[in-house]
Design a protein around this ligand. Structure first.
Ligand code: AMP
Ligand code: MG
Length: 319
């Protein structure tokens, strides 16, 4: 049965208290939430998304104080980052306390924590007695949802309720940071720009530790539309695929094609990020044989956009 969509916070809370799944709006993308203290409820997140058990979930908290109850040995930089970026699109990976079940962290001794900024989900977290484990509310490996309707499209069963908070204001997942040998490292570029983070904590290195013991191609291929996607210089790609029915995902300037979307006509990276996943879905549904996309400038939110596009393109040659 298709999940019901609405804005009833009490209803959402009741389902979550009963160990059921509720899709929640956040400023990044929609999440598929469960009581983070309830291992059985969290297991159903993996089943519903068809997500492999080795891919850990992010735990969403109502406040910094609530986050600090779930972790220990918090570096000074992490406190500063929470103060500056929370609530907001930044996730911090920190040593976990026992209250978080192992299934949430895929057996890791660290937990990913974030305080989301969306007002509806902030209110929901205030009302609940527990934090919410929530990965993106899509099938594993597929395009992330930025509206309630996107969630309903992909997750037809297993979701008790979809809390409708409108279109996501950031539109790409959170930036994920952690600490390795005392140094701050980047696990995933996202909604909090690296430049602003580095202004606060100094240089952030690429992560050395691999989180997922994944098969080759598994990690690389993600966020994928069903239609093959190629990323590169649009003029060259258009020439190369001149005899195909192609859809074009342009950053700033439209090109004639069977179907096309422009992420931001003014070249604004925040607007482009906001439009990215919905544009990918629309082009995927256009009936084109192939999606041709160009990268955004590699700065600010452009890093997150390009990361998602590279993974969407990798799905073609990957698994
Ligand atoms: P999603 O919410 O679907 O965007 O996925 C959450 C992502 O957070 C995972 O795929 C991991 O990359 C990352 N993550 C969650 N927990 C941890 C952790 N303990 N250590 C490192 N990365 C994590
Ligand atoms: Mg995801």
């Amino acid at each position: 049965m298709a999940p019901e969509i609405g804005t009833d916070l009490e209803r959402a809370a009741a389902h979550l208290r009963a160990g059921e799944l509720v899709a929640i709006p956040t400023e990044t993308v929609y999440g598929l939430g469960a009581n983070a203290f309830d291992a059985a409820a969290c297991l159903t997140i993996f089943e519903t998304k068809r997500r492999p058990a080795f891919d850990p979930l992010i735990v969403h908290v109502r406040s910094r104080a609530a986050a600090l109850e779930l972790c220990h040995d918090v570096p000074r930089e992490a406190h500063a980052l929470m103060e500056r970026f929370w609530p907001g699109p930044l996730t911090l990976v920190l040593p976990k306390r026992a209250a978080i079940p192992d299934i949430v962290t895929s057996g890791l001794d660290t937990v990913a924590l974030r305080q989301p900024a969306h007002p509806l989900t902030a209110k929901l977290l205030e009302a609940l007695e527990f934090p919410l484990a929530a990965p993106s509310a899509n099938l594993f490996g597929r395009t992330s949802p930025t509206t309630a309707a996107h969630v309903a499209e992909q997750l037809e069963t297993g979701v008790a309720y979809i809390l409708d908070g409108g279109a996501c204001s950031v539109g790409v997942e959170s930036t994920i940071l952690g600490w390795e040998a005392g140094a701050c490292v980047l696990y995933r570029p996202g909604g909090a720009p690296l430049e602003a983070i580095e202004e606060l904590v100094g240089r952030v290195s690429p992560a050395q530790r691999r989180i997922l013991p994944a098969a080759p191609g598994m990690l690389a291929a993600h966020y994928a539309p069903r239609t093959p996607l190629e990323l590169g210089d649009l003029n060259a790609l258009l020439a190369q695929h001149a005899h195909e029915r192609v859809a074009v995902l342009a950053f700033e300037r439209a090109r004639p094609a069977f179907a096309s979307r422009v992420l931001s006509r003014s070249g604004d990276l925040a607007e482009a990020a906001r439009n990215l996943f919905a544009a990918l879905r629309e082009l995927d549904a256009s009936g084109a044989e192939r999606i041709l996309a160009e990268p955004a400038p590699e700065q600010g939110l452009g890093r997150a956009i390009n990361d998602r596009l590279r993974r969407a393109a990798a799905a073609r040659t990957g698994s």
